[in-house]
Ligand binder design. Structure first.
Ligand code: ADP
Ligand code: ZN
Length: 756
């Protein structure tokens, strides 16, 4: 399945092997892969004064503009192009060449995901501005003897600037004025008055080297054994994949930070992937406490200036450790020596558009190509990883106990059919059962914290008319509009469409008959306010937290016990450590259990186990109440009995019988277009040519569950093959036999995780 090219890098490409003479040099050509959705490289002439080698990052003309690209190994099959038809490379950027392993990685990912090589390269060259040397930055700081300028009038704005600079380093103009809440003119005025002076800032400052020699906390014997094994693998280098499997709160982070220390100590760079970097303030603090500096981070909320500086620091090897979301995997590391994938089971690692890839799987590929160790970390490892462990492909390390003698929480099920939520006088529908209400009261009375988990954003997932039954639907998607009452609007969770809640039913015109159906976290918060008016409550959902700093503030407030009752979606499940949180209530455990997703049971188990794992992580024991209408379901039974491995065994058996991943392979083909008949016709044409054979099944075309998305009609095929048959080749041959009508787009999703 790999189509990695393994040609060795060559220095100085020239048309003749006999050595470059002046004349021949003038005719030298190079293949340049451009970060555009193209599979082939383009040829360019090399100017006589440049000596180019594969990996060099160059600027080349393309159409009427100039773009950055990477000199690639020449494609032997490509026809020779007469030199007079070629344009000439403009320049080579003064940045390190893309290392061979990175180029092979681009090739491999493109081949596996069936994407254009250029589209994968674009993820490595994601910050073209970083290729140019940074403009020397100027910082402002108090001038020596500034105190003598007693005659200078200090307005409140000027005082704020000076307060910002007190005891801190010099800061650039834009940042300083933003922090002080003044216009840049105020800062410049202070400089003109002699109170501030300017100095040149070095960019490297922000990527101070972590100190791997600093001691970590004393480890328990179990932790120490796991840490020693990881340290050895990280220090020696060489490819290996290790699953660090430990119960929630067992100190997995402390343990893998030892591996990080070993790799740093061996002079290598380290990448730690986290599923939700915006929620990782606690993690960053722990890292800083361990190594003395904050790591470089890479995620979607960064400013352009941060991206530029970070990209360069990684490419030049100044950033020794990078903590990032999945896209950080493609950055041009100078000397990557270890990859850690924390919460490896998390679905956020799957990139669902553009180049569709799974960052955990591609991290393993990157590890293999770079011959470096990979550590996968989870309390609820994916079935894929567990099967690789059993077959001996991966190694395993296990932490069976929580750190510091904390016990695992006691999990009990609340049968919603037998114990339905009692009505509250003067309040609409209710979602909290008597048992859960009592448990919350008890926790609050003890001065402890409680968490209510409901994996649904907004106020209500559906709004319908009580008169005519009309349901408010997204005009562009096959989806209901979700009411977000705090933001006072309706929203489509698939395309981002927003609208005001209408006064009257758009179908029958009756005023005041639209009713909310079902709960979201906002509605749950309303019930909590009625039942527990004295508790300090907070909602935690991706849309109620406008950015990473808001998330960090709320997490800090919970840690500081400024919140008694936290109500949240899946973002509360992720890795947080709240010592005083002792009760977790799962409001509707059945939400993700049904539907056509082969991983529905596995995911529900993982999510609920992780949420449950937030309870009782420190001195106080935790309790978990799971409300379900399906108490006999294997997922609920496994949660209640703490029988993870038994659950995984049954899940594995079911998948194996059905030939589903990880025992068989899946690929999805999604056709979409504005014109429904054209999409249908494309489906029919493809179906006629579908591959056949032993161990191959093609299902579809079927209308996708999201039959219309953003106004585009969608149909799906699912290609199912035996494990030893690579679907990529079948699909490639298949598509070569069919011409798709214009306006119909085909997306290929290898190893699909979404079936919508
Ligand atoms: P996990 O990731 O396995 O759920 P964490 O790594 O978050 O667990 O550890 C849980 C808590 O226990 C954290 O606050 C962590 O700092 C603390 N902890 C774990 N191991 C140790 C140790 N050896 N010494 C001190 N604190 C530890
Ligand atoms: Zn929509």
């Amino acid at each position: 399945m790999a189509n990695a090219q393994t040609s060795a890098p060559r220095r100085g490409i020239s048309p003749s092997e006999s050595g470059p003479s002046g004349n021949q040099r003038a005719n030298a050509q190079v293949a340049v892969l451009l970060p555009l959705p193209l599979s082939g490289a383009y040829h360019y002439l090399v100017p006589p004064d440049l000596d180019l080698a594969p990996g060099d990052i160059v600027r080349v003309p393309l159409g009427g503009r100039e773009v950055a690209g990477v000199v690639w190994e020449p494609d032997a099959a490509a026809p020779a192009v007469p030199p007079e038809k070629l344009k000439t490379v403009v320049l080579r950027y003064d940045v390190p060449a893309l290392p061979p392993v990175q180029r092979r990685f681009v090739e491999w990912v493109a081949g596996y995901t069936m994407s254009a090589r250029g589209a994968v390269l674009r993820m490595a060259l994601s910050v073209p501005a970083a290729l140019d040397p940074p403009r020397p930055a100027t910082g402002y700081r108090p001038a020596p003897g500034a105190a003598e300028h007693a005659e200078v009038k200090l307005t409140p704005a000027r005082r704020r600037v000076l307060a910002e600079l007190a005891n801190g380093p010099a800061r650039p103009l834009a940042e300083l004025s933003r922090a002080a809440g003044v216009t840049p003119g105020v800062v410049k005025g202070l400089q003109a008055a002699g109170v501030l002076e300017t100095v040149s800032l070095s960019n490297a400052l922000s990527f101070a080297a972590p100190d791997p020699e600093r001691p970590g906390p004393p480890l328990s014997p179990d932790q120490a054994a796991a840490a020693a094994a990881l340290r050895a693998r990280a220090g020696d280098g060489g490819f290996s994949v290790t699953l660090l499997d430990g119960v929630t709160g067992s100190g997995k982070t402390e343990v893998y930070l030892e591996a990080v220390a070993a790799a740093l100590g061996a002079g290598r760079q380290v990448l730690v992937l986290l599923p939700e970097i915006a929620l990782s303030a606690q993690w960053l603090e722990r890292f800083a406490a361990r190594f003395g500096v904050r790591p470089a981070t890479w995620h979607s909320e960064m400013t352009m200036a941060q991206r530029r500086a970070t990209w360069r620091a990684i490419a030049f090897g100044e950033a020794r450790i990078v903590v990032g979301a999945r896209s950080a995997l493609f950055l041009p590391y100078a000397e990557l020596g270890l990859i850690v994938v924390d919460e490896e089971h998390d679905a956020a690692y799957k990139q669902e558009d553009g180049v569709i890839y799974h960052a955990r799987d591609m991290a393993v590929v990157r590890g293999r190509l770079g011959e470096i160790p990979v550590v996968l970390v989870s309390a609820t490892p994916s079935l894929e990883t567990v099967v690789n462990l059993r077959s001996g492909r991966y190694r395993g390390l296990h932490l069976a106990q929580r750190h510091g003698g904390a016990s695992l929480p006691e999990v009990s099920l609340v049968d919603l059919r037998r114990d339905p939520p009692p009505r509250i006088e003067g309040h609409g529908q209710s979602w909290l059962s008597g048992a859960l209400r009592t448990a919350i009261r008890e926790a609050l009375a003890e001065g402890e914290q409680a968490l209510l988990f409901l994996n649904r954003r907004g106020y209500a997932p559906l709004t319908l008319c009580r008169t005519c039954g009309h349901r408010l639907q997204c005009p562009r998607c096959t989806a209901w509009l979700v009411e977000h009452r705090l933001a006072a609007r309706l929203q489509c969770h698939h395309c981002g469409y927003v609208a005001a809640l209408p006064e009257s039913c758009p179908e029958c015109g009756q005023p005041g008959t639209l009713a909310a159906c079902g709960p979201g976290v906002e509605r749950l918060a309303e019930e909590a306010a009625t039942l527990f008016p004295e508790a300090r409550r907070a909602i935690m959902a991706s849309d109620t937290l406008p950015g990473p700093s808001a998330a960090a503030e709320l997490l800090q407030a919970v840690q500081d016990r400024e919140v008694d009752l936290l109500i949240g979606t899946q973002i509360v499940a992720k890795g947080h450590h709240f010592p005083y949180l002792t009760l977790v209530g799962v409001v509707d455990a059945d939400l993700g259990l049904f539907g056509g997703d082969l991983r529905a049971a596995e995911r529900t188990y993982q999510l609920l186990h992780q949420v449950a794992g937030r309870a009782g992580r420190a001195a106080h024991a935790g309790r978990v109440l799971i409300q379900t209408a399906e108490p006999a379901h294997p997922v609920m039974q496994a949660l209640a009995q703490g029988a993870r491995d038994a659950f995984l065994a049954v899940e594995a058996e079911t998948r194996e019988c059905a030939g589903l991943p990880p025992f068989g392979r899946l690929a999805a083909l999604i056709l979409s277009g504005a014109d429904a008949p054209a999409v249908e016709a494309a489906g029919t044409a493809l179906a006629r040519q579908a591959p056949r054979g032993d161990g191959i099944a093609v299902l579809g075309p079927a209308p996708a569950p999201l039959a219309v998305l953003r106004g585009r009609h969608r149909r799906r095929f699912l290609v199912k093959t035996r494990r030893d048959i690579a679907p990529q080749r079948l699909i490639q041959a298949w598509l070569a036999r069919v011409e798709l009508p214009r306006g119909v787009r085909l997306q290929i999703d290898i190893d699909p995780y979404s079936f919508l």
